[in-house]
Write a protein that binds this ligand. Structure first.
Ligand code: FE2
Length: 144
């Protein structure tokens, strides 16, 4: 729902590589949906939408990270492993937490949303911007 904007998109998050930026916007959209689901579940006590959106977030993050990792690999990005470790950590933290929420979603905490929001914004601002800088410079030689 439109009124639930937990993390507004900002140009600050633009890396300058439109395909990657579109994928980041989609991640932010999913986070905003998740926020709306949590707000609703507090009144309805129905956590179905929340559980589905967590799954969507994990699936989409996996797909997006694989895209970045393929690009980094293709162009021999020197920070590939460091970057991949950050992706893997995010996926494992969210998976672990979502398993706990499957058993009992009642204690969903704002920390969960804060973790996702801060991770996305910090990761884009630091690691992804650095990666894109390298990628656009090296793609010129590859004609991809
Ligand atoms: Fe990344």
């Amino acid at each position: 729902m439109d009124e639930f904007i937990y993390m507004p998109w900002s140009n600050m998050y633009s890396t300058g590589y439109s395909k990657i930026d579109e994928e980041h916007k989609k991640l932010v959209d999913i986070l905003n949906t998740l926020y709306g689901d949590i707000v609703e579940s507090k009144t309805t006590e129905d956590y179905t939408d929340f559980q589905e959106t967590v799954k969507t977030l994990l699936d989409y993050a996996r797909e997006h990270f694989s895209h970045e990792e393929r690009l980094m690999n293709l162009l021999n990005y020197p920070q590939y492993y460091r970057h991949k470790i950050r992706h893997d950590k995010f996926l494992s933290d969210i998976s672990k937490q979502s398993e706990l929420y499957k058993v009992d979603p009642k204690p969903i905490s704002s920390q969960f949303l804060i973790y996702i929001r801060d991770w996305i914004s910090e990761h884009i601002a630091v690691e992804d911007k650095d990666m894109v800088l390298y990628v656009v410079n090296h793609l010129k030689d590859q004609q991809t």
